[in-house]
Design a protein around this ligand. Structure first.
Ligand code: PLP
Length: 511
């Protein structure tokens, strides 16, 4: 494909994409293809000779679109959104055009410098404490990872190494120190709550440490409390195990609960007061416990001053992440991780190679983001963030978030108009409402109500007009409604309500 052919193909592709977005509601929201559908449509061998763009593009309609579930549809209410915008797509296009591995500053200085600047902008816009700024008092800073799971695995590695480094700092003999580290590693435990996303458990598997879940309770709104955290840590310490890491969540995946950050910070100050721990205490298994705050989805709301009361406590923690690709109009992938001290990442992840040596790195004046992440090479992701911030402005992004929060409140109000059919389990919180059906009568058991809710949920899925996900919280089967996709409007939410009412009425009539 030469540049003229590219120009024509790109214009035609953009026309196609615009048509797709303009008609997003004309597609069934969930793909209905059967497993293996594509193998039947594609040849067994790769084409021997090149094909024309027209032939390739034709297959988008016939072979690709049928296998797409339309995440940008206003009828997509499942999980959390993965939002999209035209400026972010343009950012992706330019980023692809300038493609390179960009592991060090010298690879393409703008890739590093723009990332640092836009993440400082975002940290300020989210009202994160100054310790998370690249220019802040503690040498903090932000870095873009692909996903929250990568961010969590990365900070867990940094937390593990920091803990072990401090625990063995008193041993001067190198070999003895290595042995001590190997022994201590076998005792390490990472914690999250029972509602923490599975990314933390996976990070523990990758890091080679145990994972334990702190119980959460319906009466606390499924948030992790300091008291429960303390009980879990005390029980683990009694067994000779060492807790080095905790994930606290702002906006848990099931119900968007906010862990009780203040009481968590207080408890950790009591157990392992970072500022006053002596080398002897660290040696004896009382190291500082790293707290990572995972705000993968709900963190977007911190753009709005009405949610910023959540951020001052972050000075007492170590790292924080939010996915701009979930709710903030930056196309997948873009998960931002901020740390209070970038050296924690660099100490754990930096490797020196002769081929990487360059005067800029040696000067100490530049950031080499390869040392802040697991992969070596990296994409120019900050471009799409920059385009989105400049196109919408912070006020536009705040309006975007507030619109969805209001739509979810409207939906919850509608559910409340039918107390004969529905009961809200949690929310609406951060645009997520979790609800279930009412039992046939007062004496219905949890199992009977679960069965009714499930039947009604399956009827909504089978109807195919809208797509919601389900969950089980505290033994209760519940339906999640999260209208946080870009094009959802008031009339869509009314339609969602009518659909769930029709399914619930039918289910209860047949019960
Ligand atoms: N953390 C929370 C709270 C989530 O809800 C999710 C996914 O929805 C994740 C982490 C994992 O996100 P990612 O796909 O970016 O790894």
């Amino acid at each position: 494909m030469d540049s003229q052919q590219f120009r024509e193909a790109a214009i035609s592709s953009i026309d196609d994409i615009v048509k797709y977005y303009d008609n997003i509601e004309s597609h069934p929201v969930v793909s209905t293809v059967e497993p293996g559908y594509l193998r039947k449509l594609l040849p067994d061998e790769a084409p021997q000779d090149g094909e024309t763009w027209a032939d390739i593009q034709r297959d988008m309609e016939t072979k690709v679109l049928p296998g797409i579930t339309h995440w940008q549809s206003p009828n997509f209410l499942a999980w959390f959104p993965s939002s999209s915008s035209f400026p972010a797509m343009l950012g992706e296009m330019y980023s692809t055009a300038f493609t390179g591995a960009a592991f060090n500053w010298v690879c393409s200085p703008v890739v590093t410098e723009l990332e640092t600047i836009v993440l400082d902008w975002m940290a300020r816009a989210f009202a994160l404490p100054p310790c998370y700024l690249s220019t802040g008092p503690t040498r903090g800073g932000g870095v873009i990872h692909g996903t929250a799971s990568e961010a969590i695995a990365t900070v867990m590695v940094a937390a593990r190494d920091k803990y072990l480094r401090e625990a063995t700092a008193h041993i001067t003999d190198e070999e003895e120190r290595e042995d001590a580290i190997a022994l201590r590693r076998t005792k390490l435990v990472a914690l999250g709550s029972a509602a923490t996303h599975s990314a933390t458990k996976k990070a523990a598997q990758i890091t080679g440490v145990r994972f334990r879940a702190v119980p959460v309770h319906a009466e606390d709104g499924y948030k992790m409390t300091g008291a429960e955290l303390r009980k879990t840590i005390d029980a683990l310490h009694a067994k000779g195990l060492e807790v080095f890491y905790v994930t606290a969540t702002v906006g848990t995946t099931d119900t968007c609960a906010i862990d009780d950050l203040d009481s968590i910070a207080d408890v950790l100050d009591e157990i392992a007061p970072a500022a006053t721990l002596t080398p002897e205490q660290k040696r004896d298994g009382q190291g500082e416990i790293w707290v990572h705050v995972d705000a993968a989805y709900a963190g977007a709301a911190l753009l709005c001053p009405e949610y910023q009361h959540l951020t001052p406590v972050l000075t007492r923690f170590h790292s924080y992440n939010t996915n701009l690709h979930k709710w903030l109009l930056v196309n997948f992938d873009c998960s931002v991780l901020w740390v209070r001290d970038r050296n924690w990442l660099i100490d754990a992840l930096s490797v020196s190679l002769a081929i990487l040596k360059n005067a800029h790195t040696d000067s100490g004046l530049v950031t080499d983001y390869r040392d802040w992440q697991i992969p070596f090479g990296r994409r120019f992701r900050s471009l799409k963030v920059w385009f989105v911030i400049r196109t919408y402005g912070i006020s536009g992004l705040q309006a975007h978030v507030r619109k969805h929060i209001k739509l979810a409140e409207d939906f919850a109000d509608m559910l409340r108009t039918r107390p004969d059919l529905f009961e809200i389990v949690t929310g609406p919180r951060f645009a997520l409402t979790v609800f279930k059906l009412k039992g046939k009568n007062q004496t219905a058991t949890v199992q009977e109500v679960n069965a009714l809710t499930k039947k009604s949920y399956e009827a909504v899925l089978a109807d195919g007009q809208i797509f919601m996900s389900s969950t089980v919280v505290g033994g209760v089967f519940a339906i999640r409604h999260c209208p946080a996709t870009p094009f959802v409007e008031e009339h869509h939410v009314k339609k969602h309500f009518e659909i769930v009412v029709a399914a619930a009425e039918k289910t209860l009539a047949e019960a």
